[in-house]
Design a protein around this ligand. Structure first.
Ligand SMILES: [Cu+2]
Length: 131
């Protein structure tokens, strides 16, 4: 009698099933904006013509950082003509000076101006629109 060798069994287990889900292409291009060399949200220039560089500035509601830059040789200031705005007056005494501060602003329209004698009357005021 001979031993009978039996071939092993091959058990094939098939785990299957591919589910192909069509992934919606979410397009989210991450464009890195400009680096922003200035941290200020609003930059206001004052000049010897007793004007700000714009009649109107805009900002997003929240903490708004405002920078005042003196382009001329006369001193200038920047403050709000609105009750309830907590903002420390900015002052730039001479050419090239800058000063900055921040205010927590709700959406609305505000008036900023320079309080050096005669400057506002000469046109040194502007609107700040907060969205
Ligand atoms: Cu001024």
């Amino acid at each position: 009698m001979r031993p009978v060798a039996r071939a092993g069994l091959a058990a094939a287990v098939i785990v299957g099933g591919f589910v192909v889900a069509g992934c919606g292409g979410g397009d989210d291009s991450g464009g890195s904006g400009d680096g922003g060399s200035t941290p200020a949200d609003v930059v206001v220039h004052g000049n010897d013509a007793l004007k700000f560089d714009k009649d109107s500035y805009t900002a997003r509601a929240g903490t708004v950082v405002i920078e005042l830059v003196n382009d001329g040789s006369q001193p200038h200031t920047l403050l709000f003509d609105d009750d309830g705005v907590d903002f420390d007056k900015l002052t730039v005494a001479s050419k090239g000076d800058t000063d900055s501060g921040s205010a927590d602003l709700q959406p609305g329209t505000y008036t900023i101006y320079c309080d050096i004698a005669g400057h506002r009357a000469a046109g040194m005021e502007a609107t700040l629109v907060v969205n």
